[in-house]
Design a binder for this molecule. Sequence first.
Ligand SMILES: NC(=O)c1ccc[n+]([C@@H]2O[C@H](COP(=O)([O-])OP(=O)(O)OC[C@H]3O[C@@H](n4cnc5c(N)ncnc54)[C@H](OP(=O)(O)O)[C@@H]3O)[C@@H](O)[C@H]2O)c1
Length: 232
Amino acid sequence: MTILVSGGTSTLGSALCSYFVSRGDRVLCTYHRSEKQAFDLAASLGPLLVPIAMDLQDSDSIEKAVAAIEGLDALVNNSGIFTEEMFEELGLDQWRKVFSVNVEGLFLLCKACAPLLTASGGSIVNIASINALHPGFGKTVHYDASKGAVISFTQSLASELAPHVRVNAVAPGLIASSALDSEHPLRRRYEKRALLNRLVDPVEVAKVVALLCDCQAMTGQTVVVDSGYLAG
Ligand SMILES: NC(=O)c1ccc[n+]([C@@H]2O[C@H](COP(=O)([O-])OP(=O)(O)OC[C@H]3O[C@@H](n4cnc5c(N)ncnc54)[C@H](OP(=O)(O)O)[C@@H]3O)[C@@H](O)[C@H]2O)c1
Protein backbone atom coordinates (compact mmCIF):
# COMPACT_ATOMS: atom_id res chain seq x y z
CA MET A 1 0.00 0.00 0.00
CA THR A 2 1.02 3.63 -0.44
CA ILE A 3 -0.12 5.66 2.57
CA LEU A 4 0.12 9.42 3.15
CA VAL A 5 0.58 10.37 6.82
CA SER A 6 0.29 14.09 7.54
CA GLY A 7 2.50 15.39 10.33
CA GLY A 8 4.53 12.21 10.08
CA THR A 9 7.26 13.34 12.48
CA SER A 10 4.94 14.03 15.45
CA THR A 11 4.73 11.66 18.42
CA LEU A 12 1.88 9.71 16.86
CA GLY A 13 2.96 10.43 13.27
CA SER A 14 6.37 8.82 13.67
CA ALA A 15 4.79 5.72 15.25
CA LEU A 16 2.37 5.53 12.31
CA CYS A 17 5.22 5.87 9.79
CA SER A 18 7.38 3.25 11.55
CA TYR A 19 4.49 0.80 11.87
CA PHE A 20 3.43 1.10 8.23
CA VAL A 21 7.03 0.79 6.99
CA SER A 22 7.48 -2.30 9.20
CA ARG A 23 4.56 -3.89 7.30
CA GLY A 24 6.18 -3.09 3.96
CA ASP A 25 3.96 -0.12 3.13
CA ARG A 26 5.35 2.90 1.29
CA VAL A 27 4.76 5.98 3.44
CA LEU A 28 4.51 9.55 2.19
CA CYS A 29 5.38 11.44 5.38
CA THR A 30 4.41 15.10 5.28
CA TYR A 31 6.14 17.75 7.36
CA HIS A 32 5.65 21.46 7.78
CA ARG A 33 8.31 22.87 10.12
CA SER A 34 10.02 19.55 11.01
CA GLU A 35 12.05 19.09 7.82
CA LYS A 36 15.15 17.78 9.59
CA GLN A 37 13.14 15.27 11.65
CA ALA A 38 11.42 14.04 8.46
CA PHE A 39 14.75 13.38 6.71
CA ASP A 40 16.19 11.82 9.88
CA LEU A 41 13.16 9.50 9.97
CA ALA A 42 13.72 8.63 6.30
CA ALA A 43 17.38 7.88 7.05
CA SER A 44 16.41 5.52 9.86
CA LEU A 45 13.44 3.81 8.15
CA GLY A 46 14.88 3.51 4.64
CA PRO A 47 13.53 4.12 1.14
CA LEU A 48 9.91 3.17 1.95
CA LEU A 49 9.65 6.50 3.84
CA VAL A 50 9.33 9.48 1.52
CA PRO A 51 9.32 12.97 3.13
CA ILE A 52 7.03 15.55 1.52
CA ALA A 53 6.75 19.25 2.46
CA MET A 54 3.17 20.40 3.09
CA ASP A 55 1.61 23.31 4.97
CA LEU A 56 -2.00 22.52 5.78
CA GLN A 57 -2.71 26.25 6.16
CA ASP A 58 -1.76 26.81 2.51
CA SER A 59 -4.02 25.27 -0.15
CA ASP A 60 -1.39 25.77 -2.90
CA SER A 61 1.12 23.77 -0.86
CA ILE A 62 -1.40 20.93 -0.43
CA GLU A 63 -2.34 20.84 -4.11
CA LYS A 64 1.29 20.98 -5.26
CA ALA A 65 2.30 18.11 -2.96
CA VAL A 66 -0.65 15.90 -3.95
CA ALA A 67 -0.19 16.62 -7.67
CA ALA A 68 3.19 14.86 -7.49
CA ILE A 69 1.67 11.65 -6.04
CA GLU A 70 1.07 8.92 -8.62
CA GLY A 71 -1.00 6.47 -6.62
CA LEU A 72 -2.48 6.41 -3.12
CA ASP A 73 -4.23 3.69 -1.10
CA ALA A 74 -4.77 5.49 2.20
CA LEU A 75 -4.66 8.96 3.73
CA VAL A 76 -4.08 9.37 7.46
CA ASN A 77 -4.92 12.89 8.62
CA ASN A 78 -2.68 13.07 11.68
CA SER A 79 -1.49 16.71 11.72
CA GLY A 80 -3.14 18.72 14.45
CA ILE A 81 -2.60 21.73 16.69
CA PHE A 82 -3.28 21.59 20.43
CA THR A 83 -3.22 24.74 22.52
CA GLU A 84 -4.67 25.61 25.92
CA GLU A 85 -6.49 28.88 26.58
CA MET A 86 -9.12 29.78 29.17
CA PHE A 87 -12.37 30.60 27.37
CA GLU A 88 -12.24 34.18 28.65
CA GLU A 89 -8.80 34.66 27.07
CA LEU A 90 -9.45 32.61 23.93
CA GLY A 91 -9.39 34.97 20.94
CA LEU A 92 -10.70 34.48 17.43
CA ASP A 93 -7.14 34.27 16.09
CA GLN A 94 -6.34 31.25 18.28
CA TRP A 95 -9.72 29.64 17.49
CA ARG A 96 -9.09 30.09 13.75
CA LYS A 97 -5.51 28.81 13.97
CA VAL A 98 -6.63 25.52 15.54
CA PHE A 99 -9.54 25.13 13.12
CA SER A 100 -7.35 26.05 10.13
CA VAL A 101 -5.13 22.99 10.65
CA ASN A 102 -7.39 20.52 12.50
CA VAL A 103 -10.48 21.04 10.33
CA GLU A 104 -9.82 23.16 7.20
CA GLY A 105 -6.43 21.59 6.43
CA LEU A 106 -7.89 18.13 6.92
CA PHE A 107 -10.80 19.02 4.62
CA LEU A 108 -8.45 20.38 1.93
CA LEU A 109 -6.19 17.34 2.08
CA CYS A 110 -9.18 14.95 1.83
CA LYS A 111 -10.45 16.93 -1.16
CA ALA A 112 -7.07 16.90 -2.90
CA CYS A 113 -6.58 13.14 -2.33
CA ALA A 114 -10.16 12.02 -3.08
CA PRO A 115 -9.59 11.38 -6.83
CA LEU A 116 -6.51 9.22 -6.10
CA LEU A 117 -8.37 7.29 -3.39
CA THR A 118 -11.44 6.83 -5.60
CA ALA A 119 -9.19 5.40 -8.32
CA SER A 120 -7.60 2.92 -5.89
CA GLY A 121 -10.71 2.11 -3.82
CA GLY A 122 -8.77 3.36 -0.82
CA SER A 123 -9.59 4.87 2.53
CA ILE A 124 -9.15 7.84 4.85
CA VAL A 125 -8.44 7.70 8.59
CA ASN A 126 -8.83 10.96 10.50
CA ILE A 127 -7.17 11.38 13.89
CA ALA A 128 -9.72 12.88 16.28
CA SER A 129 -9.39 12.78 20.08
CA ILE A 130 -11.35 11.68 23.12
CA ASN A 131 -11.62 15.43 23.78
CA ALA A 132 -14.36 15.40 21.14
CA LEU A 133 -16.38 12.83 23.11
CA HIS A 134 -15.46 13.95 26.62
CA PRO A 135 -15.05 17.72 26.34
CA GLY A 136 -14.28 19.53 29.54
CA PHE A 137 -10.64 18.77 30.36
CA GLY A 138 -10.41 22.56 30.67
CA LYS A 139 -8.93 25.35 28.56
CA THR A 140 -9.56 23.44 25.33
CA VAL A 141 -12.97 24.48 23.95
CA HIS A 142 -11.40 25.35 20.57
CA TYR A 143 -9.47 22.06 20.33
CA ASP A 144 -12.45 20.00 21.58
CA ALA A 145 -14.78 21.66 19.05
CA SER A 146 -12.27 21.10 16.22
CA LYS A 147 -12.04 17.38 17.02
CA GLY A 148 -15.84 17.15 17.30
CA ALA A 149 -15.93 18.57 13.77
CA VAL A 150 -13.47 15.87 12.65
CA ILE A 151 -15.85 13.14 13.87
CA SER A 152 -18.97 14.56 12.19
CA PHE A 153 -16.96 15.31 9.04
CA THR A 154 -15.80 11.66 9.03
CA GLN A 155 -19.36 10.30 9.23
CA SER A 156 -20.67 12.69 6.61
CA LEU A 157 -17.80 12.14 4.17
CA ALA A 158 -18.09 8.35 4.57
CA SER A 159 -21.65 8.60 3.34
CA GLU A 160 -20.72 10.83 0.37
CA LEU A 161 -17.72 8.82 -0.79
CA ALA A 162 -19.26 5.35 -0.36
CA PRO A 163 -18.88 2.82 -1.82
CA HIS A 164 -15.62 3.95 -3.47
CA VAL A 165 -13.68 5.35 -0.51
CA ARG A 166 -14.05 4.35 3.17
CA VAL A 167 -13.68 7.08 5.81
CA ASN A 168 -13.08 6.36 9.50
CA ALA A 169 -11.62 8.10 12.54
CA VAL A 170 -9.59 7.13 15.58
CA ALA A 171 -10.06 9.02 18.85
CA PRO A 172 -6.95 8.48 20.99
CA GLY A 173 -6.71 9.21 24.67
CA LEU A 174 -3.58 10.73 26.18
CA ILE A 175 -0.58 9.39 24.25
CA ALA A 176 2.62 8.51 26.10
CA SER A 177 5.56 10.75 25.22
CA SER A 178 8.84 11.88 26.74
CA ALA A 179 7.11 15.09 27.84
CA LEU A 180 4.83 13.11 30.21
CA ASP A 181 7.13 11.65 32.90
CA SER A 182 5.63 9.46 35.61
CA GLU A 183 5.11 12.44 37.95
CA HIS A 184 3.42 14.69 35.40
CA PRO A 185 0.06 15.81 36.93
CA LEU A 186 -1.85 15.28 33.69
CA ARG A 187 -0.45 11.76 33.38
CA ARG A 188 -1.32 10.95 37.01
CA ARG A 189 -4.86 12.27 36.58
CA TYR A 190 -5.31 10.27 33.39
CA GLU A 191 -3.92 7.02 34.83
CA LYS A 192 -6.13 7.34 37.88
CA ARG A 193 -9.36 7.48 35.86
CA ALA A 194 -8.45 5.12 32.97
CA LEU A 195 -9.68 1.58 33.66
CA LEU A 196 -6.30 0.20 32.57
CA ASN A 197 -4.42 2.79 34.69
CA ARG A 198 -2.11 3.71 31.84
CA LEU A 199 -1.59 6.11 28.96
CA VAL A 200 -1.90 5.03 25.34
CA ASP A 201 1.19 3.85 23.48
CA PRO A 202 1.34 5.51 20.02
CA VAL A 203 2.08 2.14 18.40
CA GLU A 204 -1.27 0.87 19.73
CA VAL A 205 -3.01 3.74 17.94
CA ALA A 206 -1.02 2.97 14.78
CA LYS A 207 -2.23 -0.65 14.84
CA VAL A 208 -5.87 0.51 14.98
CA VAL A 209 -5.28 2.99 12.15
CA ALA A 210 -3.78 0.15 10.09
CA LEU A 211 -6.81 -2.05 10.85
CA LEU A 212 -9.10 0.71 9.56
CA CYS A 213 -7.00 1.02 6.40
CA ASP A 214 -7.26 -2.73 5.83
CA CYS A 215 -10.80 -3.68 6.92
CA GLN A 216 -13.06 -3.41 3.89
CA ALA A 217 -16.19 -3.67 6.09
CA MET A 218 -15.63 -0.51 8.12
CA THR A 219 -16.67 3.02 7.20
CA GLY A 220 -18.14 6.01 9.03
CA GLN A 221 -16.77 4.77 12.37
CA THR A 222 -14.82 6.44 15.15
CA VAL A 223 -12.75 3.98 17.18
CA VAL A 224 -11.72 5.09 20.66
CA VAL A 225 -8.24 3.99 21.85
CA ASP A 226 -7.98 5.40 25.36
CA SER A 227 -6.98 2.66 27.88
CA GLY A 228 -10.56 2.83 29.18
CA TYR A 229 -10.53 6.53 30.11
CA LEU A 230 -14.04 7.30 28.84
CA ALA A 231 -15.41 4.19 30.56
CA GLY A 232 -13.67 5.05 33.83
N1 LIG B 1 -0.69 13.57 21.88
C1 LIG B 1 -1.86 13.17 22.38
O1 LIG B 1 -1.98 12.79 23.58
C2 LIG B 1 -3.07 13.13 21.49
C3 LIG B 1 -4.27 12.65 22.02
C4 LIG B 1 -5.40 12.61 21.19
C5 LIG B 1 -5.32 13.04 19.87
N2 LIG B 1 -4.13 13.50 19.40
C6 LIG B 1 -4.09 13.94 17.99
O2 LIG B 1 -3.14 13.12 17.33
C7 LIG B 1 -2.51 13.87 16.27
C8 LIG B 1 -0.99 13.83 16.48
O3 LIG B 1 -0.72 14.31 17.78
P1 LIG B 1 0.79 14.47 18.29
O4 LIG B 1 0.73 14.79 19.76
O5 LIG B 1 1.58 13.35 17.78
O6 LIG B 1 1.19 15.82 17.49
P2 LIG B 1 2.36 16.85 17.86
O7 LIG B 1 3.54 16.11 18.37
O8 LIG B 1 1.78 17.95 18.70
O9 LIG B 1 2.71 17.45 16.41
C9 LIG B 1 1.81 18.19 15.68
C10 LIG B 1 1.93 17.78 14.21
O10 LIG B 1 1.06 18.60 13.41
C11 LIG B 1 1.81 19.10 12.33
N3 LIG B 1 1.34 20.44 11.93
C12 LIG B 1 1.14 21.51 12.72
N4 LIG B 1 0.81 22.59 11.96
C13 LIG B 1 0.82 22.16 10.67
C14 LIG B 1 0.59 22.79 9.42
N5 LIG B 1 0.28 24.10 9.32
N6 LIG B 1 0.68 22.03 8.30
C15 LIG B 1 0.99 20.72 8.37
N7 LIG B 1 1.23 20.07 9.50
C16 LIG B 1 1.14 20.78 10.65
C17 LIG B 1 3.25 19.22 12.83
O11 LIG B 1 4.13 19.21 11.72
P3 LIG B 1 5.58 19.96 11.78
O12 LIG B 1 6.20 19.58 13.10
O13 LIG B 1 6.31 19.44 10.59
O14 LIG B 1 5.32 21.44 11.69
C18 LIG B 1 3.36 17.97 13.69
O15 LIG B 1 3.72 16.86 12.91
C19 LIG B 1 -3.09 15.28 16.35
O16 LIG B 1 -4.14 15.39 15.43
C20 LIG B 1 -3.61 15.37 17.77
O17 LIG B 1 -4.64 16.31 17.92
C21 LIG B 1 -3.00 13.57 20.16
